[in-house]
Design a protein around this ligand. Structure first.
Ligand code: ZN
Length: 684
């Protein structure tokens, strides 16, 4: 155990710009990163506080310390409010607080829990740091007392010199007894769904009469709507990983990161962690977690509810962690695409895919360092591309649905399995436009992907709720309409509006559930807007003549009065009979790459590079799709796809605790509102 003189302060003046407060004025030792991130550490300002946590929520403390040349870090201690970090909020005592002296090796990560290095992969530093840099961690810390707390790190190098830095964080109190609690929390995440996407879905699904919408989307009927700021820790424009995790950790992550803070090691699974809503409420209230998506289940949005990694692309490890750490998250339902990560890859083939479609690879898997395993009580993991993960889920008691038919059988007559895994495609599922065409008898596209019998999101939602409702302690569910984003990236103006309709039909299922179970809170939001979509107006060429006008946008694009009102007919299945109507809604893109526009539907979806066996009929990208036949639209962004934007997005809330969601707020604020609703309750 360490006996560092924590309260001893060096006589020299702290130089705020140098960040570290050091005992010898000649030393160059610095602390270049202190986690959780704060403005106190970064700029010397106490406000605004960056990192906020609920009482008892676990998070890691970490510092990157660069000792003087020739020196090594031999000892360290974290303190909070001048006291060694021994605060334990939870009766379970999940927080690990021991501090062990480390000495010896030069470049390394130092684990507080064991005092041993955190494993070879965990100790590879990012480029540019001196070789004797130490990354030191105090895993799974928590604090119960509300308010702002000062975090200090003191590290000692081999010649005895101390180096110090401080930051701060806030514990956000829960207002106990504010009202009845929300037992069930359902988060609908429309990936890329900004106000324009919502509006387009309504225009197609409902239409207008006398200048008024003929009806509302279900999400429009929710009593509270606010606007959400979506930036990530390192950019005004977020990607989907922090876009989701910010809602369910209360903290900002860098782009590509989920359930973690940034660090200075290369390993993707060793970053300082922050506890998810699912983990927090599973530990405190024994709630279950359900994750449902139309994407590949390894994708950023689903993973950012249960998996801790700095690399959203590391699919093998991500899907393994879903199962292996289910005791932490309460994972009970996992449904979507992504079978390619669950199929064994016997040879660890590095070719684009194995013959069976497996994309499991050693390089995207993990073995966790011992301090994470001991601090967070995780499974250690294994590098096992040969793992049959579907069999392992079944071994763990999950029923497995491979298509809509088996999903129906599992949930027929009101019975439901205790746990459910559904994997309906190799990667992302087909989109509503193509699934519906398949159900109406034109299976061309879904057949080409090899999965003709995929459920719609409302059907997956109903099945998930049948499973989750069995837990008397309640559940957290995240249900994602993933391809609103994916098809907006591709600027496919016929496909993403139908994704909004599919998403809204799933919301209707949850609203009905919440009416039967009034202790349920449903929120509908997005991680970010995608594509800068703009509803320009409507086509003034009839659909039959559209093809004759592709190179002359001005003869097609009706604006203002000329647009009148688009008129779509809705079939009995809830989707437009066709999107190729007179007065078709025309959509422009403010965040677009170059593309060719015909204003007509594309028979095949544009190439999805995640698919192991994409159909050959797919155009490669919007840069070449309809080349020579379409109207050229010059882009403003590099690459061949539209990008996310920084625009605020709408959030709507229904049910128990919905009153907490109004005004304009940061995405991290949603976490504290959900925590309040689930633990302290909310006024009706
Ligand atoms: Zn996206």
């Amino acid at each position: 155990m360490s006996a560092l003189p924590l309260l001893h302060r060096p006589l020299t003046t702290c130089l705020l710009v140098a960040v570290a407060c050091i005992s010898h004025s000649t030393t160059a030792a610095t602390i270049s990163r202190l986690t959780p991130p704060s403005e106190r550490f970064a700029s010397g300002n106490d406000a605004p506080v960056i990192a906020r946590f609920l009482p008892g929520q676990l998070f890691d403390l970490q510092a990157t310390v660069q000792p003087d040349p020739g020196q090594a870090i031999v000892n360290f201690a974290f303190s909070v409010d001048g006291m060694s970090v021994t605060d334990r909020f939870r009766p379970e005592g999940l927080a690990r607080t021991s501090i062990v002296t480390e000495s010896g090796d030069p470049a390394r990560c130092i684990a507080s829990e064991t005092g041993r290095t955190t494993g070879a992969s965990g100790c590879t530093l990012v480029a540019g740091l001196p070789g004797n840099t130490a990354v030191i961690s105090q895993r799974a810390f928590s604090k119960g007392v509300p308010g702002v707390h000062v975090l200090e790190i003191v590290a000692q190098q081999s010649d005895g010199t101390l180096v110090r830095a401080s930051g701060n964080f806030e514990i956000v109190g829960i207002d106990d007894g504010a009202g009845a609690v929300a037992k069930n929390i359902i988060v609908f995440l429309g990936d890329g769904m900004g106000a324009a996407q919502r509006t387009a879905g309504r225009i197609l699904a409902k239409g207008y009469a006398q200048g008024k919408a003929r009806g509302l989307l279900t999400m429009d009927t929710f009593p509270e709507t606010g606007m959400v700021m979506t930036a990530s820790l390192n950019s005004v424009v977020t990607d989907s990983a922090p876009g989701m995790q910010n809602y369910v950790t209360g903290n900002k992550a860098n782009n590509n990161q989920e359930g973690v803070f940034p660090d200075d090691t290369l390993a993707a699974f060793d970053n300082p962690r922050v506890e998810y809503l699912s983990e927090y409420l599973h530990a405190l209230q024994h709630k279950s977690l359900g994750i449902v998506t139309t994407a590949d289940v390894f994708d950023a949005t689903p993973a950012a509810n249960a998996v801790h990694t700095s690399a959203r692309g590391n699919g093998t490890g991500i899907v393994d962690q879903f199962l292996d750490d289910r005791d932490l998250t309460g994972l009970t339902v996992l449904m979507g695409g992504g079978r390619k990560w669950f199929l064994p890859n016997a040879s660890d083939s590095t070719s684009p895919q194995s013959a069976n479609g497996s994309q499991r690879r050693s390089g995207s898997d993990y073995v966790l360092p011992s301090d994470i395993v001991n601090g967070w009580r995780t499974k250690v993991g294994a590098i096992d591309p040969q793992r049959d993960l579907i069999a392992d889920f079944q071994q763990a008691g999950f029923a497995y649905a491979s298509d809509k038919g088996t999903l129906d059988e599992l949930t027929v007559g009101g019975r439901a399995p205790k746990q459910l895994l559904g994997l309906f495609a190799y990667s992302n599922m087909n989109v509503a436009y193509d699934k519906i065409a398949g159900r109406r008898g034109d299976g061309t596209v879904v057949d080409a992907f090899g999965f003709p019998d995929q459920p719609m999101l409302d059907e997956m939602t109903a099945a998930a709720l049948d499973v989750l409702v069995q837990n008397p302690n309640g559940f957290v569910a995240m249900i994602e309409g993933a391809s609103i984003d994916k098809q907006a990236h591709l600027m496919d103006s016929d496909r993403w509006p139908l994704e909004v309709i599919e998403f809204d039909r799933a919301i209707a299922v949850a609203k009905e559930f919440a009416q039967k179970h009034p202790d349920t809170l449903v929120i509908v939001t997005a991680d970010h807007e995608c594509s800068g979509a703009a509803l320009i107006g409507a086509s003034i060429a009839s659909s039959s003549t559209l093809a004759e006008h592709p190179d002359a946008g001005n003869t097609v694009v009706g604006t203002y009065d000329a647009a009148k009102f688009p008129k779509y007919q809705i079939a009995a299945d809830g989707y437009p009979v066709t999107t190729n109507v007179e007065g078709k809604l025309l959509i422009g893109y403010g965040a677009n790459a170059d593309r060719y526009e015909t204003w007509l539907p594309n028979t095949f979806p544009t190439l999805d590079t995640q698919q192991p066996f994409p159909p050959s009929q797919s155009p490669a990208n919007p840069n070449v799709r309809n080349e020579n036949v379409g109207h050229f639209v010059s882009g403003q962004v590099p690459g061949d796809q539209a990008v996310h934007t920084a625009t605020d997005i709408p959030l709507s809330a229904y049910g128990r605790g919905a009153r907490l969601f109004h005004g304009v707020f940061d995405n991290t604020e949603v976490f504290f509102k959900l925590g309040q609703a689930a633990i302290g309750g909310a006024a009706e």
